[in-house]
Design a protein around this ligand. Sequence first.
Ligand code: FES
Length: 152
Amino acid sequence: APHPIRLTVNGDVHDVPAAPDTALLHVLRNDLELNGPKYGCGLGECGACTVLIDGVAARSCVIPVRAAQGRAVTTLEGLGTRQRPGTTQQAFIECQAAQCGYCLNGMIMTVEALLRRNPNPSEQVLRSELHHNLCRCGTHVEIMQAAWRAVQ
Ligand code: FES
């Protein structure tokens, strides 16, 4: 059996019996049952799997779980609950920004990461930040409204 990997996720410490090269996304979803981060492309291109690592947005489908050891991982679940959504989550709920909703984890986590390092970004900065998050339903207008509301 592999040596367990120690992960801190949303403030909780877990020892996970995962192979070190396993994608962080799979450990989060399969071992820890955190299904906020989504599997989209598996290639680091769509952003559906975005989590925060030490507060910075990271694409968990291309990060081996060993690289997250000793660092603070935050998933969508760590931002708030259904009863008490975080500010960014609340903005997306209010704007009803979801079509199928599959991309929203990435959108929300990307906005959250931006706001943690720059609490007052311009719309231009916000746009360029979300530029590499893909939405196949084409709800970019609603997503931008929600993201802008989260900023304000
Ligand atoms: Fe990770 Fe697409 S699933 S970037």
